[in-house]
Design a protein around this ligand. Structure first.
Ligand code: BGC
Length: 746
């Protein structure tokens, strides 16, 4: 079968690059930036500031002309998400900000040059590999620097509490350890370019519907053990210069005006020394400064510029405000000095190695592809096919990307762009855009002798006809997501479920390639021969998909989120607000008195697979799941409470990557399910490797709240059961270790 077409060389090359460092997935990495030393220098600069200089770094504009007639942006600003003026007298550079989670974002056509688009965040996370994240971050940071940006609004790490969240594609996973380790690595990569990275959106930004006013209800302990833990680990691992607070409310207060989140958790308990910037249009008033917000971003989107003259006036007459203002400046300067932004000025018009960067995007795409089904080794495809039907998904043009502020455009712009909004301020980022990387072309190049029957999939009848007279049918299915809107359910839009079912009925060798922003339902699953989740695969997505389909690369991605069988299995089968609010990009309340609550206490910290373990529901595909063109054996788990060791072996005939996953399954007689360690390892046929991972003690513990919003971690005495798994529901023998009781602060 098709295995003979696998290129061992290609697999080894891709795998070796990606596996390096994987075995240390849990090892704390040395901080790339030294915030403490920078803070001392920042103190000196703050002392040297004149009163009229003290509110320069505390606020800034969105650096695009939002409407005709609006004031032009400053001459030294680069068109992008944000601009904060500098203080040349004190050697403090202006901060030039761009969105950058998936690449340097394209803004309103204002910049001539395109950028390299990485695959979506969830695709990156499906690599389960910090090394992949770091390489991607380093690439983005280099392009940002060469484009004149020194602050990147990257690092989206909100947990996937609801698979319908429109920004699921931008975020990473449903698990705090996986998300935290991966975002930390991406931030390290970005900041290795002497620029500031941001972690966002702090916190509990779990849905887009009503995002400006939805009030997340959650207990302190549940928050600390889940969403906040992802941020905490990410900050420890990446040392980002800034944190962006979120739009939503948390237990009543706006996240950017939330003293518990910003002062108590972030700054006091975690000792965070960088600065908190607002999300764009998320500042309700001047008092947010006292709640811990350090910088007002995109101020045209707020009702007023609060952190300029209004703040200066307050600080001139009130000592507490003066001290707060000094701290705000100190924090912004600490980030600038710690990352070296001042000593390594950015200038637009720089160059980068486009081919090398495209290769990073391609390798990331390959690393994150998840093979969900492969009946009778339908994949990899044979190169001697006589006829291939390629159907749907604009596969003749390119690969899908997600919408909103993270949208990246390559040189020449998108190959296909389907507008979603006819006009208005956000029309430019509310379009279904396809990167210029055609899967059809990449497939054709691999089977030049074959008759290729391409159908766009708009009509089922001609797609079925093409499938019927082909050796194999490959259906490309797309599911577009965007910032600002949630998905109504888990179905594929535009009748694609019916299309796939009809094609699969016509040709038993039907391969489905999914380009989705998150989990989708698959009512046609049992009829298909194979399903490959390619996510939004970025600038070289077409090539990456073809390499995996034809076995030049072996898929090694694992699901970073659970794929539910239906929305009925979720903690909130109805997404809050979906039945009362009309779609609105900014998510503002339709009337000043409209309120909306989302109760996260239902699942508490049992997000994703932990909820499924608690309810016993059987998902479509579990967290951590993914197949390979080879087979693996996992055994030899030993745990001492602080570390876990295990052995992964390639028992098949081709090289491939396995991901060992260690779960806590039982604690002192109570069933639990928590990922406590993982490692992605590249293995040649017959090779085995023993891997050791550190167990973060917080993952074994519970948060004990002191009733004042703070508290500490508590570990009950007892037997702790661990299991090694190939996913969250396929677990090996339980290994038990007795642990003593312990309490500690953060
Ligand atoms: C998004 C942020 C983004 C900002 C600036 C907001 O709408 O929520 O993620 O960084 O815009 O573009």
């Amino acid at each position: 079968m098709g295995r003979r077409f696998l290129s061992a060389v290609a697999l080894a090359a891709v795998g070796a690059g990606l596996a390096q460092g994987s075995a240390q997935a849990q090892a704390p990495s040395s901080a790339p930036v030294d915030m403490t030393a920078a803070q001392a220098r920042a103190d000196q600069t703050v002392k040297a500031m004149q009163p009229d200089e003290r509110t320069t770094l505390t606020h800034g504009i969105m650096a695009i002309q939002l409407f005709p007639g609006a004031p032009p942006i400053p001459a030294d600003a680069v068109p992008g998400a944000g601009y904060i003026a500098g203080l040349p007298r004190l050697g403090v550079p202006a901060l030039k900000e761009t969105d950058a989670s998936l690449g340097v974002a394209w803004v309103s056509g204002a910049r001539k040059r395109g950028a390299t688009a990485l695959p979506s965040g969830i695709a990156q996370a499906a690599s389960w590999d910090p090394a992949v994240m770091q390489a991607g971050g380093a690439m983005i940071g280099a392009e940002a620097r060469a484009s004149g940006f020194n602050v990147l609004l990257a690092g989206g790490v909100n947990l996937t509490r609801d698979p319908r969240n429109g920004r699921t594609f931008e975020y990473l996973s449903e698990d705090p350890l996986l998300s935290g380790m991966l975002v930390g690595a991406a931030i390290r990569g970005i900041q290795s370019n002497n620029i500031i990275s941001t972690i966002k959106h702090f916190a509990l930004n779990g849905q887009e519907t009503g995002r400006q006013f939805v009030d997340i209800q959650i207990g302190n302990a549940a928050a600390r053990e889940s969403d906040l833990l992802a941020f905490q680990i990410g900050i420890e691992q990446g040392q980002p210069g800034s944190v962006m607070c979120a739009y939503n409310r948390v237990n009543g207060n706006r996240a950017c005006d939330n003293s518990w989140l910003l002062n108590t958790v972030l700054k006091r308990d975690w000792g965070y020394k960088g600065f908190v910037m607002s999300d764009w249009g998320a500042v309700p008033g001047l008092d947010a400064a006292m709640a811990g917000l350090d910088q007002q971003s995109g101020e045209q989107l707020d009702k007023a510029v609060y952190f300029g003259s209004k703040l200066a006036e307050k600080a001139a007459t009130d000592k507490a405000w003066a001290a707060r203002l000094a701290d705000m400046n100190r924090r912004v300067l600490t980030a600038i000095y710690a990352t070296g932004v001042d000593k390594n000025p950015v200038t637009p018009g720089g160059q980068w190695d486009a081919a090398a960067h495209a290769a990073v995007a391609e390798q990331t795409a390959i690393a994150g592809m998840v093979l969900l089904r492969n009946q009778n080794n339908a994949l990899p495809l044979l190169r001697d096919a006589k006829s291939v039907a390629v159907i749907g998904g604009y596969a003749d043009g390119g690969v899908l990307s997600g919408g909103g502020s993270s949208q990246v455009q390559g040189d020449g712009g998108p190959v296909v762009s389907r507008p979603v909004l006819a006009g208005g301020m956000f029309a430019g980022i509310m379009q279904q855009q396809f990167h210029r990387s055609s899967p059809l072309d990449a497939i054709k190049a691999r089977v030049p002798q074959a008759a290729i029957h391409f159908r766009d999939g708009r009509y089922i009848a001609d797609a079925v006809e093409a499938a019927r007279r082909s050796d194999v049918a490959i259906v490309f299915a797309t599911e577009w997501r965007t910032e600002g809107l949630d998905q109504p359910d888990l179905s594929l839009p535009d009748g694609q479920d019916a299309l796939i079912a009809a094609v699969a009925a016509a040709n038993p060798r039907t391969i489905v390639v999914l380009e989705t922003g998150g989990p989708v339902a698959m009512p046609w699953l049992d009829q298909t021969a194979a399903v490959l989740e390619a996510w939004y695969p970025g600038a070289r997505g077409g090539e990456a998909i073809a390499k995996v389909l034809f076995g030049e690369a072996n898929p090694g991605g694992r699901l970073p989120v659970t794929f539910p069988a239906s929305v009925a299995q979720l903690p909130r089968p109805k997404l809050d607000g979906s039945d009362t609010l009309d779609p609105d990009f900014m998510g503002n309340p339709p009337t000043p008195t409209t309120t909306l609550k989302a109760d996260y206490n239902i699942e508490g910290s049992d997000v994703g697979y932990r909820w499924f373990a608690r309810t016993g529901a059987k998902p479509l595909f579990p967290f951590g799941y993914g197949l390979s063109y080879t087979s693996f054996a996992q055994d030899g788990l030993s745990v001492d409470g602080k570390t876990a060791r295990f052995t992964l072996r390639n028992t098949g005939k081709v090289a491939g990557d396995d991901v060992g996953q260690v779960y806590l399954v039982d604690r002192a007689g109570t069933a639990k399910r928590r990922l406590v360690g993982f490692a992605r390892v590249h293995l040649a046929p017959g090779e085995s490797r023993t891997v050791s991972v550190t167990i973060d003690q917080r993952l074994l513990a519970d948060w004990r709240d002191d009733g004042k919003g703070s508290g500490g971690w508590t570990l009950p005495a007892g037997n702790y059961g661990f299991a090694l798994g190939s996913d969250a529901q396929t677990l090996g023998q339980v290994v038990t270790v007795r642990l003593a009781a312990r309490n500690w602060k953060d």
